[in-house]
Design a protein around this ligand. Sequence first.
Ligand SMILES: [Zn+2]
Length: 815
Amino acid sequence: MSRYYTCLLYVALLLVAVPSTDAAIRQTKGDFEDRFRQLDEVLPTANSYRTAGGEPGHAYWQQKVSYEIDARLIENSRRIEASERITYTNNSPDTMRFLWLQLDQNRFRTDSMAELTQVFADSSRRGPKLEDRKEDKPPQISLDELRRQQFLADNETGYQIIDVRSGGSEMAHTIVGTLMRVDLSRPLGPGQAVEFTIEFAFNIVEEDAVSARSGYEHFPEDEREGGNDIFLLAQWFPRLHAYTDYEGWTNKEFLGRGEFTLEFGDYSVDITVPADHIVSSTGVLQNPADVLTRTQIKRLEQAEKADKPVFIVTPEEALDNEKEATKKTSTWRFKADNVRDFAWASSRKFIWDAQAYHQGGDVQPMVMAMSFYPREGEPLWSKYSTAAVIHTMKVYSRFSFDYPYPVAQSVNGPVGGMEYPMITFNGPRTDEQDDGERTYSQAEKRFLVGVVIHEVGHIYFPMTVNSDERQWTWMDEGLNSFLDAMAGLEWDPDIPWKVEPRDMVDYMKSEDQVPIMTQSDSVLRLGPNAYGKPAAALMILRETILGRELFDFAFREYSRRWRFKRPTPADFFRTMEEASGVDLDWFWRGWFYSTDHVDLSIDRIWKLRLDTKDPDIDFERRRQEEKDKPYSLIVERNRAERKLWIESNPEIRDFYDENDRFTVTNKERNEYRKFLQELEDWEVAALERALAEDKHYYVLEFSNHGGLVMPLILQLTYAEGDSEMMRIPAEIWRRNAKSVKKLIVTDRELTQVVIDPRWETADVDMENNHYPRRIIPSRIEAFKSPEREGLEQRDIMQDIKTELETPDKDEKKKE
Ligand SMILES: [Zn+2]
């Protein structure tokens, strides 16, 4: 807005509104809060490891931990027996006297902190259900919970640490819950490496019983005697905790929710399984000739040039496979470089398909996308899984960097969805019909495509951009949910993904919230808090605040800077701000550090009239205004009843009946002349120009009911019926975050203003976004009063005649 118009407005405002000083007073004392206060006092002080711009500093370091593992799956007892050789390289400037390892399997011990602190009514296992905490009803125990209790009572869980040894001599070690301290015989100085071995074993948990991110699933109805299993192995070997420049050892106990904080390293893993199993694993298979048939190897070569997935193990072969039994074993050897974890899956039930993705570039020009699934996943999996893996890489690489590894896999099993380097576990299944055909619902298809995109996406965040999952779930889940939404909407926008900011409204206005910046295990309602809300925030940042070009540049810069490194929240906030060139402290403060929501309202619009000061013009206008006012009903009816004295007695009319109060005299004309004479030349010029232009001046009054300051996205509709958009940055709220006024000067007559008409910002109340208010669109639903329920109301005579039906088994399994 130029200075020029400010002067004009002053003339007009004097006649219309008295400025209030209340707002100014509130800002200096009382409840004023500066929503634009810089975050530097909250973020950690920059140092040589991490710069104030959010980049790895000149002295950035991270440890390297490599593993050689020899593992054996004992199928009948569902047990892992293994030994590992760990090489720990100390790249820190510190000297270390001990190392801390993660013993995640110990979480399943009945005396673990996770089990002992499991809160009852925590029936969803991944966090208390809102309804359970609110309602004052007697506790109920679910069959899920009974199954879990029974499994843990019947099975010995947790690690057996058989031996810890370095250079031939035993190493002292101390187990603290899910942590194990190994004492070094000699201090490990900067730049030095130490090698040691651990021999260990554990019983694999049943995933469906304990919900473990890994475990076995049993198929008792398979033809093979004793049935079959799918084994998903993760958190299966003692691995190093991270040692970092900002926290030292990350020694927060594994409570089941906050995931993992890990170091990069190289892996060489030998996996011995029954000879008829197919193994999918992190890494690249080193000995295909030992474990695959010549046909399978040839099919893998075909997959390199195929334009759709090729079966490596066909459905018919898998079916034959799962009927057989063998006592033989074979050893699959995998190598994986620069990964932060290692997981694998094994079963004789697996169908296997593959298709190469030629992404080009020099990092990893060809990636083999593969899927492994039992017949229980068909026909859904062969159609969509590998395709979704490739789609994920295409979209994510555009937003970040080339997919960094030689393989990308999706494995079906009992885990709903979980990610590891190069391999993901995904749960969707199909239903068998009476005729043996298998079918699936649209929801199951959406689940499959969505979960594969999400979990494969995690291979970028946090498997490559290695954030601390134990501390900040949002750093991987939030960023990844943002990207999986982008990929989902690009896959097929007609699938109801429910991932846009508008879908977050109910959560944003709910009471049970903690800020996104809350440690993972303490978060209430993890899904919306750590997945949905940060994803919505990033979508708003991209589409509404920065625009795609600035956002995408900054997001790619963050990904590039922290690829194969360990970022903290501050590094993300600082990079996004620095690379976009836009101050975003207010945005991080509002969306990540507070529980405020968006609820902007347009309360009033004033139409200002510029008075000419010329009485010959203004008085006539005021006379007209008087005439335009609604006429008095009483007078109108009196006149109709001929009750007006002056009309029935015309002789009493005088001067004032001919000349009303808007009659101009020379007195007013002289005053006007004096007014003009006293004006400076520029003031006369401004006034004359404004009068000549005859523009419309509107003052729009906005208020903020939700707390979050946001841009004012305005749709202005004019008398001619067309409309235009006006986007006012959030900084308009900088001196008063509760209410602001905005002047709009236009040649045209304004008839309607709507805030955020495309529902971009998760505004929780759209009705106060309309001026004038609109008629609220809703649906008519015929309803009848609920019938009384109770033992007395049952029609027992009828019920007893009804045939007893057993509910479908799958129906019970759905949560
Ligand atoms: Zn996730």
